[in-house]
Design a protein around this ligand. Sequence first.
Ligand SMILES: Cc1cc2nc3c(=O)[nH]c(=O)nc-3n(C[C@H](O)[C@H](O)[C@H](O)COP(=O)(O)O)c2cc1C
Length: 247
Amino acid sequence: MNEIIRSLTERKSVRAFEDKALPESVRNAILQAAIDAPTAGNMTLYTILDITDQNLKETLAVTCDNQPFIAKAPMVLVFCADYHRWYELFRRHVDEVRKPSYGDLLLANADALIAAQNCVVAAQSLGVGSCYIGDITENFERHRELLSLPSHVVPACMVVFGYPTQQQLNREKPRRFSREDIVFENTYDEERALSMEQMISTRQGIDEDEALDTWVRNFARRKWNSDFSVEMSRSCKEIIDYFCGED
Ligand SMILES: Cc1cc2nc3c(=O)[nH]c(=O)nc-3n(C[C@H](O)[C@H](O)[C@H](O)COP(=O)(O)O)c2cc1C
C-alpha cells in the first residue's frame, strides 16, 4: 500500500482539536491543494472563505446546527459555488449573456466540493484532521448576510481543520459498506440496492430483525425526519433561487 492510499484509508473525521494553531506553511499547503484540484473548464468555479474571525466562527457553530467544535477549530473554510466572477466578466465582454442556471450550479458545486476534498487529503498528509460541516447549507438567508455573498455565490460545504486530540486519534473509524454493495458493473443493480437490511446488519454487526428495525427507526429520526434535514431542504431551495435568480 503506498502512502497516499494508506492516508486515504486511515483518514477519519476529527471533531476535537488540540489548542494549537496551524503553522502558516501548513495552512498554505492546504489552501494550495484546493487551487490544484480538477476544475470544470479550468474555470475555478468556487471561492473559499477562510474564516479567521473568532466571533464569526462562534456564530457559525450555532447556525450550523449547534456544533460547538466548529468554534474551536483553528482553521475553518467555507467553500462556495461561485459564478459571480465569470458572469460579470461575460457581461462586460459579451453582448447577450444568459444568467447562471441549474447546470452551472451543479458544476460549480462539484468544483467546490472537489477542492474541499483536496484540502482534506492534503491536511491528512500533514497530520491535520478535518470534518465536513454540511449544515452550512442550512439557514441560507443568515449565512448569505454573515458572509456577504453576492448573487450567484452560495455555500457548498464547510470544512474545519485542526490537530486531532489523542482521543480522536484513538477513535475507531466508522465502518463502511462493502465495495460489492456499492460498485455495480455497467448498470444499476436494483436487487443489491434493496438489500440494505443485510448491508446494515453486516456493517453494524446487528443479528436480530428487531434490533435492526430499531436501528433503522432511530437513524431515520436522527438523519431523515430531523429538524436539520427539513431546514436544509428549505434552505437549499433558497440557495438554488439565489444562484439562478436575478442579479
Ligand atoms: C457532505 C458532508 C457533510 C457532513 N456534515 C457533517 C456535520 O455537519 N457534522 C459532523 O460532525 N460531521 C459531518 N460530516 C462527517 C460525516 O459524519 C463522516 O464523514 C461520516 O460519519 C463517516 O465518518 P469518517 O469521516 O470518520 O470516516 C459530513 C460529511 C460529509 C461528506
